[in-house]
Write a protein that binds this ligand. Structure first.
Ligand code: ATP
Length: 374
């Protein structure tokens, strides 16, 4: 039996960072990134994601805790002795060297003479085979970023760390490079740890996302899981529009909690509620805008039984091509967002129309109402 290769696992045990000025940027943190995964640290500016990455790289000494890469403890090893490489936002290519020599640099520094095949393979991997003899200034931003990735990967790190590597690119190029980086990661199969403040970027690329807030990981999971089942209002709102409605716990019905909101009842699966649910207690009910259907009030009788429903009035409607984004005033919440695909659009759904919002209880999530709503 072969032992599974775990040399690219990243394990953080109780690591924290308090800077010399007394500011704690990262609270004690436990985190395991499995070998071969694409992992994103996601959070707003200043939440501690770069500090966390720098502790993995060895560019920052943790105040407490340990860093393991595979079985090896590297907490006190300098960066160059760790099997990691980092790609930064400013790719810092050598301007006087051509692309081939930029990529070859790490190999030549280690005294490796025959670099041609390795560099060519690496340039193929990042689809820059044709550009080998150009200088960095002759490439686009996205191409330069790919050179930076090739330059880091040629050293065969076990883990590639990426600190907002796409931050300097315009939106279109950024979207292309997200797919490109994902393809490269799948091809080389090594662990990628990617820092970003862009939720769409993290969700597009990563298998697992850690959402950070104020030096802590608020929640860890697959993009779909975080989006569908957020545990906190911070995560719910950071990953999209969440339509939070305050409701009161009434009773239980099988696998569901029955809630009172705006004179009606809403069902919430127990498995999707991260709040305590005592009768009379408050819960924040969340529902994503694209999960809600809109029916004109005149047709309310046609809504199938068993769906959660709320009444409201259309305050605003924005046509955005594939969908229309509605803002609905409802007795339970001032501004509920509802996104309806235009194939299903009903011409009567215009500002001022009375409507019923309805959705499957299975798409409803419940949060602790005592949290601050971010
Ligand atoms: P950004 O996306 O803006 O880089 P971040 O989430 O990566 O944000 P960090 O760079 O890890 O955040 O910084 C976390 C906090 O630590 C910030 O409030 C920052 O001002 C502070 N910080 C970072 N480096 C130092 C330092 N050397 N000394 C003191 N405080 C620091």
């Amino acid at each position: 039996m072969t032992t599974p290769d775990n040399s690219g696992d990243v394990r953080l045990s109780g690591i924290s960072k308090t800077y010399d000025n007394g500011f704690t940027a990262v609270q004690p943190l436990d985190l395991t990134v499995p070998q071969g995964s694409f992992f994103a640290l996601l959070g707003a500016s200043g939440c501690g994601k770069t500090t966390t990455l720098r502790m993995i790289a060895g560019l920052e000494e943790p105040t407490t805790g340990a860093v393991h890469l595979g079985e090896q403890e590297v907490t006190h090893l300098p960066p160059y002795k760790r099997p990691v490489n980092t790609v930064f936002q400013s790719y810092a290519l050598f301007p006087h060297l051509d692309i081939f020599e930029n990529v070859a640099f790490g190999l030549r520094r280690r005294g490796i003479k025959s670099v041609k095949k390795q560099v060519e393979d690496m340039l193929e991997l990042v689809q820059l085979g044709e550009q080998a003899r150009k200088k960095p200034h002759q490439l686009s931003g996205g191409q330069q970023q790919r050179v930076a990735v090739a330059r880091a990967l040629i050293n065969h790190p076990k883990v590639l760390l990426l600190d907002e590597p796409l931050g300097a690119l315009d939106l279109k190029l950024r979207r292309q490079m997200q797919l490109e980086l994902k393809r490269i990661q799948t091809e080389v199969g090594i662990t990628f740890v990617h820092v970003t403040h862009d939720q769409e970027e993290a969700m597009t690329m990563a298998d697992t996302v850690a959402v950070m807030n104020a030096g802590r990981v608020e929640q860890l999971g697959s993009p779909a899981d975080l989006y569908e089942n957020p545990n906190t209002t911070f995560v719910a709102n950071f990953l999209g529009t969440s339509n939070l409605i305050e409701a009161e716990v009434d009773t239980e019905n099988g696998d569901d909690i029955v809630l009172k909101a705006g004179g009606g009842k809403l069902l919430l699966p127990k498995a999707r509620c991260s709040a305590p649910t005592k009768t009379g207690g408050k819960v924040l009910v969340g529902i994503r805008p694209e999960k809600i259907a809109l029916t004109h009030a005149d047709d309310a009788g046609e809504i199938p039984a068993g769906r959660n429903r709320l009444t409201g009035k259309i305050a605003d409607a924005s046509f955005i091509g594939v969908s229309t984004q509605y803002v609905i005033d409802s007795p339970v919440c001032d501004e509920l967002a509802v996104y309806v695909q235009n194939v299903e659009r009903d011409g009567r759904l215009v500002p001022g129309a009375d409507v019923v919002l309805h959705w499957s209880p299975a798409h409803t999530f419940g949060l602790d109402a005592t949290q601050d709503i971010d």
